[in-house]
Design a protein around this ligand. Structure first.
Ligand SMILES: Cc1cc2nc3c(=O)[nH]c(=O)nc-3n(C[C@H](O)[C@H](O)[C@H](O)COP(=O)(O)O)c2cc1C
Ligand SMILES: O=C(O)C(=O)c1ccccc1
Length: 403
């Protein structure tokens, strides 16, 4: 196992990686990546929830051969963890999503690509090769944009789409507002450009659509207070949210569009009720997520939502979780509470900012190593052996309960 230990003595934990990344980013980027909505209490609780659980380790079980791998979208994944879709990775490093895709391929770890990536989905598919990659979607009121995107994803060989459902509107992020955060001029969101169209915003400006763009970047309404719909060029900040989405109309529509070629998952489930609706509407899997605490502040931590979701779903479809995962033992706890797989968001951005592809590999290797070590020390040799038998829950007064 020691031969797999990453050798960067400055960065032996994700917390250290966060610290080193912080000085590599400008304030706008650092704040955009790191902050949560409003007071940030849900962001913090996503992290703190893990400390409420303790592991019950079993011993004398021959843990000399540990298999950390799992199957996802018909592919082998080296660990039960993937890279969650996060927007605009070229803010962290000039190689952006390409660096992430290469690091994922090298380590055999699935990658989610944000539809608001700063790299085309085709380039990421090419860099990923046969390593599993999924496309995150925001469904727009104007279906043309989404139809085009889905066509491209199919053609590029994406096996699944993750429809983000916790974003009917974008959450309020105060630092982002105060910093007047916007995408620097040299970067684009090419998944919404026609292929071969280099700089649609400049053209749109010439066509007289600049006003709508400026209005939508400043908020989500135009100067008359009307919502700016994605008629003109898609820009990074105006079109992430769609308040009209519904199970009946949109999930059914998306399933039809994706056909047999791409699975449809929903990302952003936080209750048993919605998990059951997801099963009812025939989605292929769900991700328990609160968008890394960036949407509804005051929503419960994802680890706290997970048990009711897993109990409702009863294994009918896969249940994944993200939010606040920073250690191998966090992965162990999430799996013990019923998740089949976990995703990490910010740690990968920190790796990217620290050292591009090498930094992402470092991040993924640290976590791989910690997962293997957690399994060995808890006495399990296969991922599907991890169950709630291995956990206790501790309340604030120190009372310990078996699960
Ligand atoms: C900077 C940033 C950008 C994000 N962009 C997207 C996005 O475009 N689409 C999406 O579905 N989720 C997005 N997310 C949410 C992540 O997919 C994921 O749910 C979250 O980061 C997990 O929490 P963690 O950062 O604590 O690991 C973003 C998160 C961050 C931090
Ligand atoms: O920042 C986010 O959390 C996010 O999902 C997003 C994605 C694209 C544009 C704006 C926000």
């Amino acid at each position: 196992m020691t031969e797999r230990l990453p050798h960067d003595l400055n960065c032996l934990t994700i917390t250290e990686l966060q610290k080193h990344a912080a000085v590599m980013m400008d304030k706008q980027t650092r704040d955009y990546y790191n902050e949560g909505a409003d007071s940030g209490s849900t962001l913090q609780e996503n992290l703190d929830a893990y400390a409420k659980y303790r592991i019950r380790p079993r011993v004398l079980r021959d843990v000399s051969k540990i298999d950390t791998s799992v199957n996802i979208f018909g592919h082998k994944n080296s660990i039960p963890l993937g890279v969650a879709p996060t927007a605009m990775q070229r803010l962290a490093h000039s190689d952006g999503e390409l660096a992430t895709a290469r690091a994922c391929k090298k380590t055999g770890i699935a990658m989610g690509l944000s539809s608001f990536a700063t790299t085309t989905l085709e380039d990421v598919a090419e860099a990923s090769g046969d390593n599993p990659h999924v496309l995150q979607l925001y469904l727009f009121e104007e279906r043309d944009h989404s139809i085009k995107l889905l066509k491209r994803a199919k053609a590029a060989g994406y096996k699944a789409v993750f429809l983000t459902v916790d974003t009917p509107m974008l959450g309020r992020r105060n630092l982002e507002i105060r910093n007047q955060f916007k995408l620097p001029g040299h970067l684009t969101i090419p998944n919404f450009q026609e292929q071969g169209d280099e700089k649609p915003e400049a053209e749109a400006e010439q066509r007289g659509q600049g006003r709508a763009r400026r209005a939508s970047e400043a908020g989500y309404t135009d100067s008359e207070g009307k919502r700016v719909l994605p008629k003109g060029p898609i820009t990074f900040h105006s079109h992430a949210g769609n308040p009209t989405l519904s199970w009946e109309r949109d999930i059914e529509w998306l399933k039809k569009e994706c056909g047999d070629e791409m699975q449809v998952w929903v990302k952003g489930i936080a209750t048993a009720e919605d998990a059951l609706l997801a099963v009812h509407h025939g989605v292929d899997g769900i991700v328990v997520s609160n968008h890394g605490g960036r949407q509804l502040n005051g929503a419960l931590a994802t680890l706290d939502a997970l048990p009711e979701v897993a109990a409702a779903v009863q294994g009918k479809i896969p249940v994944h979780v993200d939010g606040g995962i920073r250690h191998g033992t966090d992965v162990f706890k999430a799996l013990a509470l019923g998740a089949d797989f976990v995703w990490i968001g910010r740690p990968v951005l920190w790796g990217l900012a620290y050292k591009g592809q090498e930094g992402v590999e470092l991040c993924l290797r640290l976590l791989s190593d910690e997962i293997k070590l957690a399994m060995a020390l808890a006495g399990v040799v296969k991922v599907d052996e991890i169950s709630k038998e291995y956990l206790v829950k501790m309340d604030k007064s120190g009372f310990i309960a078996r699960l």
